[in-house]
Design a protein around this ligand. Structure first.
Ligand code: PNS
Length: 162
């Protein structure tokens, strides 16, 4: 198979995201990490440029990854970039209803299929929003995000590791 999309907000990228991106990269020739430019999320913690830079660095060991931004419908971006598949991680049953609905909508709009990868059990409780909250109040997120991201979070919240 050819090109797959791993879409999301990545604010910031977590070890759970990275696990899904790495596993997707083993199954597809090319992977585009599609970062949504989301006007509704005006209170994003990291700018798009910061998110892109972190994604670039934490995926530097993978040769078949590109990081791109998109706005509007994901399936339009997929068509514009010749992507044949969308890949998502499923953490728990609670993800399933919404993800299934989106997958069916995207399939119906475009014919593009969504493939689900089961999140590695050690990451099933992880989300960017919880990581932001824990980091904001000084909790230790070093096992939840790549070291670079932990450093950026500490800088952002004045945690002082550099
Ligand atoms: O990291 P997130 O915020 O859970 O990612 C959600 C995302 C960006 C994958 C999803 O909101 C999305 O695909 N948005 C694009 C808009 C779109 O295509 N909507 C119709 C989906 S059925």
């Amino acid at each position: 198979m050819a090109t797959a999309l791993c879409p999301g907000s990545f604010d910031p990228v977590t070890n759970g995201h990275l696990d899904i991106i790495e596993r997707t990269a083993r199954h597809f020739e090319d992977v585009i990490v599609a970062v949504i430019r989301n006007p509704q999320k005006s209170q994003s913690l990291f700018t798009l440029a910061e998110r892109q830079e972190m994604l670039h660095e934490v995926t530097a060991h993978l040769s078949n990854i590109k990081i791109e931004f998109f706005k509007g419908l994901l399936v339009d971006f997929a068509k514009d970039h010749g992507a044949e598949a969308i890949v998502k991680g499923l953490r728990a049953v609670s993800d399933f209803d919404y993800e299934l609905q989106m997958a069916q909508m995207n399939q119906s709009l475009s014919g593009i299929d969504t493939f689900f990868i089961s999140t590695s059990p050690g990451y099933s409780f992880l989300s960017s929003s919880l990581v932001r909250e824990v980091a904001r109040y000084g909790g230790d997120v070093s096992s939840m995000v790549p070291p670079l991201v932990a450093k950026r979070l500490a800088e952002r919240f004045g945690g002082g590791t550099g």
